[in-house]
Design a protein around this ligand. Structure first.
Ligand code: FES
Length: 86
């Protein structure tokens, strides 16, 4: 999938670059040109970095697993009016 439309850089290219040792956004930006034109791809590039573990090695930020959270009916706080009625 193309991540940076302006520079025609795919997620595969970004992952390959990370595998070759580029582990910072600045390096990817310099070598591949991502986020150097309109800049709209920066978040997507950082997502690919996080998924590839590049960010953990350089800055210590761990990728956050995105999972659906199921909220039980008891955990939903009551509104002011519901508390008054109870
Ligand atoms: S989409 Fe990457 S710089 Fe525009």
């Amino acid at each position: 999938m193309i991540v940076c439309v302006c520079k025609s850089v795919s997620d595969r290219t970004i992952r390959a670059s990370i595998a070759e040792g580029m582990d910072s956004f600045d390096e990817l930006q310099f070598e591949l040109g991502v986020a150097t034109c309109c800049g709209k791809c920066e978040e997507s590039v950082r997502d690919v970095m996080a998924q590839s573990g590049a960010c953990e090695s350089r800055c210590g930020v761990h990728a956050v697993a995105r999972t659906a959270t199921v909220v039980s009916p008891q955990a939903v706080p009551l509104t002011f009016y519901e508390r008054k009625a109870a």
